[in-house]
Design a protein around this ligand. Structure first.
Ligand SMILES: NC(=O)C1=CN([C@@H]2O[C@H](COP(=O)(O)OP(=O)(O)OC[C@H]3O[C@@H](n4cnc5c(N)ncnc54)[C@H](OP(=O)(O)O)[C@@H]3O)[C@@H](O)[C@H]2O)C=CC1
Ligand SMILES: O=C(O)C(=O)[C@@H](O)[C@H](O)C(=O)CO
Length: 281
């Protein structure tokens, strides 16, 4: 049974579903099957990939085999740190398109700011040019702190439509989200289920889940939705894909939202990847 997902509008006018499919580690024939099922049978329309996941080809193949039109889908990829120089960034975006065999990406994001290398503004100029050339409909970033976002705007005059950040109940990113809201930038949540480890046994979440007759994953993903964040849970399994997207027939009250947000921890990041110092190439 396919689920119909509500949409929101980004600051540049692109509409996107409020929940999508993460695809990290979905590759090859199995990856194509999982992604095709997510589109055709479950109802996912927003699909997240990256040059560095080496699965843009898998995603493109799933899109071609699916019965949904290209216009209905929102396909994302990301620019790796090693290609942030202007010319390399343009060529990499072209390569991303060739790999997926697509004419355009709906969203393309700078994957990490890499502030020590300090080429992210140069990369942003290339993203602006790629959008002008029609390679990309909407440009955004991942893992940018307010200081990095401020520089993009002051040095280019163009704000990203989306900032995809680590966000889950153990790392609720309250200040970063508040900055996004003030600036019209949409928050997208990576590892929204905190990679489905301890969090699926969390007692607070379990109690809320029992109260609503839902699973822990559904409670967590509903929490993202009510925060105004676009979660992109990854699952290879059609059953879990369906579970994760079935969050539109109940709601959490403010006490429950606060209880879940209250689970955040100072050291809540999954892999200690602090964008102020972490660099990924
Ligand atoms: N921009 C960035 O820097 C980053 C972006 N990302 C993006 O975010 C996406 C999501 O993050 P990811 O790190 O994959 O982690 P998630 O929080 O989405 O968790 C994925 C894991 O949870 C399992 N899972 C999914 N749904 C359920 C469920 N209902 N019950 C039990 N287990 C479940 C999956 O297993 P199974 O497949 O077997 O169901 C998988 O092992 C990535 O796939 C990627 O697209 C991720 C990290 C960084
Ligand atoms: O998966 C991604 O998009 C990443 O940026 C990775 O760094 C991810 O966070 C990871 O797998 C780290 O081990």
């Amino acid at each position: 049974m396919s689920i119909s997902v509500p949409e929101i509008t980004l600051l540049d006018g692109l509409t996107v579903p409020v929940i999508g499919l993460g695809t990290y580690k979905l590759k090859g024939n199995d990856g194509v099957e999982s992604i095709k099922t997510a589109i055709d049978d479950v109802g996912y329309r927003l699909l997240d990939s990256a040059y560095n996941y080496e699965n843009e080809g898998t995603l493109g193949e799933a899109v071609r085999r699916s019965s949904v039109t290209r216009e209905e889908l929102r396909i994302t990829s990301k620019l790796p740190g090693r290609f942030q120089e202007y010319d390399k960034a343009i060529t990499t975006i072209q390569e991303s398109l060739y790999r997926a065999n697509l004419d355009y990406y709906d969203l393309y994001l700078i994957h990490w700011p890499n502030p020590i290398t300090d080429r992210y503004v140069e990369a942003w100029h290339a993203m602006i040019e790629a959008k002008k050339r029609g390679y990309i409909r909407s440009i955004g970033v991942c893992n940018f702190l307010p200081v990095h976002l401020d520089r993009l705007e002051s040095e280019t005059g163009v704000k990203p439509s989306i900032n995809q950040i680590e966000l889950h109940p153990y790392f609720n990113q309250a200040e970063q989200r508040e900055y996004h809201e003030r600036n019209g930038i949409r928050t997208q949540s990576w590892s929204p289920l905190a990679r489905a480890n301890d969090i699926l046994h969390d007692e607070t979440i379990q109690q809320i889940a029992q109260h609503h007759s839902k699973t822990n994953s559904q409670i967590i993903l509903r929490w993202h939705y009510q925060l105004g964040a676009i979660a992109i849970p990854k699952s290879a399994s059609p059953e879990r894909q369906h579970e994760n997207i079935s969050i539109f027939d109940f709601s959490l009250d403010q006490t429950e939202m606060n209880q879940i947000s209250g689970l955040t921890r100072v050291d809540g990041r999954l892999n200690n990847q602090d964008p102020a110092t972490y660099e990924e190439f």
